[in-house]
Design a protein around this ligand. Sequence first.
Ligand SMILES: CC(C)(COP(=O)(O)OP(=O)(O)OC[C@H]1O[C@@H](n2cnc3c(N)ncnc32)[C@H](O)[C@@H]1OP(=O)(O)O)[C@@H](O)C(=O)NCCC(=O)NCCS
Length: 162
Amino acid sequence: MLPVNERPYQPADLPAVMEAYTASIRTLAAPYYSPEQLAAWAPVPPDPARWQERLARLHTLVAEADGILAGFASYTLDGYLDFLFTHPDFARRGVASRLYHRVESALRAAGARRVTAHVSLAARPFFDRQGFQVEREECVECRGAYLRRFAMLKQLTEDQAA
Ligand SMILES: CC(C)(COP(=O)(O)OP(=O)(O)OC[C@H]1O[C@@H](n2cnc3c(N)ncnc32)[C@H](O)[C@@H]1OP(=O)(O)O)[C@@H](O)C(=O)NCCC(=O)NCCS
């Protein structure tokens, strides 16, 4: 089994987070979107100031394997999973599952009643596997390109009105 360690994000992780995000989209999402869509979703080079600003509003966990950043997950305590990305070198080895379970535990501990996420075509099977349901399909504008995605939800409590 891949020895993976999850820990909170630190500012020094920023270059590796941007690299994992860009490589993940440009490789793992490539079968599902056009080159123009991928370039709009993961621009090269990424903008560190914009990333810093975005991550400052989120809780982020990183997964390390042999000291290499293999994936990361970012969320808000009210239950929104904003980022979940695995570096392509570590795909299908349980990295995202481990990160997701950590996030779900943190959200349960914080009293969140559900988890929501905007899920790419590439990530849909992963979220299905985690017990998410599709609320609706969307087509969103991103730097001039239009991307299909799913608004998905996983209920954490019995209360369906949550
Ligand atoms: C979606 C993503 C985060 C999954 O990361 P991962 O670390 O490879 O996922 P795991 O290894 O934990 O996968 C767990 C299970 O999810 C399902 N799954 C994950 N990726 C899948 C894929 N490409 N196709 C089918 N099922 C998949 C499988 O059931 C898998 O179990 P298995 O490998 O034993 O069959 C990763 O593919 C990714 O970063 N994709 C590109 C970017 C993206 O779309 N991110 C999400 C934004 S919403």
